[in-house]
Unconditional design. Structure first.
Length: 187
């Protein structure tokens, strides 16, 4: 039986079924994407906290009073934990005590924010001068009577790339699922 628009009842039902399925899949994909992003950022934060604690144990003042990071703590070069991390150590008057070479002269954050790292590990996402986004974890640490704020950053480029790949997968899978659902509805 055909309707005035020329569509069979089966075609109309299939259309509505596919439309409802599309809405449900889009809501589901949005929730999954957001949840996955939040879980990964939380895991990066957890890893960064562990690395800040590791860095605190590796910092020392050399004979000239300059803050240094020990580089001989690893057993193999590939297990070098902090090699790709971005790190600043500042005293409470904003003087840079240590800056990792991976920052290329940039700063993770300036100036010190009120209460930064004083009771816990603070986290925030910042944009560096080069345009890259970094998850920064701050913590106050006292070493040989000198109090400093240690900031450790992890570039979010790898996370952004993975999430973009995941989004592309969703954008390909959802239309394919809808085409299959529509085809099955017409059988």
């Amino acid at each position: 039986m055909r309707t005035p628009l020329g569509l069979s009842l089966r075609a109309r039902l299939t259309f509505w079924y596919v439309a409802v399925l599309a809405i449900l899949l889009l809501v589901y994909a949005t929730l999954v994407f957001g949840f996955q992003c939040a879980v990964l950022i939380h895991q990066i934060f957890h890893d960064e906290v562990q690395e800040v604690v590791t860095a605190e144990g590796l910092l020392y003042f050399d004979a000239q009073g300059a803050l240094q990071l020990q580089q001989n703590y690893y057993s193999r070069p590939q297990s070098h934990l902090l090699v790709d991390r971005l790190m600043d150590a500042l005293d409470l008057s904003w003087k840079v005590l240590y800056r990792s070479a991976t920052l290329y002269g940039m700063s993770l954050l300036e100036p010190l924010q009120r209460g930064e790292g004083d009771t816990s590990f603070n986290q925030r996402i910042v944009r560096l001068r080069d345009g890259s986004f970094v998850l920064v974890v701050s913590h106050i640490h006292t070493l040989q009577g000198r109090t400093m704020v240690i900031r450790l950053g992890y570039t979010l480029a790898a996370l952004r790339n993975r999430m973009f790949q995941f989004l592309l997968l969703l954008l390909v899978a959802i239309p394919l699922a809808l085409v299959v659902a529509g085809a099955v509805g017409q059988i």
